[in-house]
Ligand binder design. Structure first.
Ligand code: AR6
Length: 169
């Protein structure tokens, strides 16, 4: 049997899971949105560790420790900036979910929380992004049966509604 998917409205920095995902930028040196919240909750040790990674291309992911967070790991992924939908944004976003789940499985992660990657500062439409997230995670839970739980952590009601709708399909 493959793992379960949960959808909640919460602050991802408070999640008691093995790994939380950060919606970062290619520098991996912090920013606004969920990235800023994760760095301020995790402390400067996270920034130090990120500096040593030397960045991350869009669509890929990198793993660090959780430092002062309840989560053991942070998996940093860089979602695509929305440019209208014809610049490969869908594939790049799917690739973020694939790379995060692969890194999670390789590091013994059994529970992982995702924010809605790319749908804030990067302006990817949340209805479209949530369908991609749900489709990919369903496939990846079958591929990695050792991952028992994926939580989509929504920051606000509109994001939550989009994920609930995507899960109906
Ligand atoms: N917990 C969960 N979700 C959150 C939190 C939180 N504490 N804070 C915001 N969100 P965004 P992006 C939601 O902008 O679009 C940064 O500056 C937010 O409401 O954080 O991938 C990076 O450094 C939205 O639904 O990430 C990059 O430069 C979702 O997280 C850029 O923003 C993603 O919004 C990345 O943009």
């Amino acid at each position: 049997m493959s793992g379960v998917i949960e959808v909640i409205i919460d602050d991802i920095t408070q999640m008691n899971v093995d790994a939380i995902v950060n919606a970062a930028n290619e520098s991996l040196l912090g920013g606004g949105g969920v990235d800023g919240a994760i760095h301020s909750a995790a402390g400067l040790g996270l920034l130090d560790e990120c500096r040593r990674l030397g960045g991350c291309p869009t669509g890929e992911a990198r793993l660090t420790g959780g430092h002062n967070l309840p989560a053991r790991f942070v998996i940093h992924t860089v979602g695509p900036i929305w440019k209208g939908g014809t610049s490969g944004e869908d594939d790049l976003l799917a690739s973020c979910y694939r790379n995060c789940m692969r890194l999670a499985a390789e590091n013994g992660v059994r529970s992982i929380a995702f924010p809605s990657v790319s749908t804030g500062v990067y302006r990817f439409p949340v209805e479209r992004a949530s369908k991609i997230a749900v489709r990919e995670v369903r496939l990846l839970l079958e591929k990695y049966p050792e991952i028992e739980m994926v939580v989509f952590v929504c920051f606000g009601r509109n994001v939550y509604d989009a994920y609930m709708e995507a899960l109906k399909a």
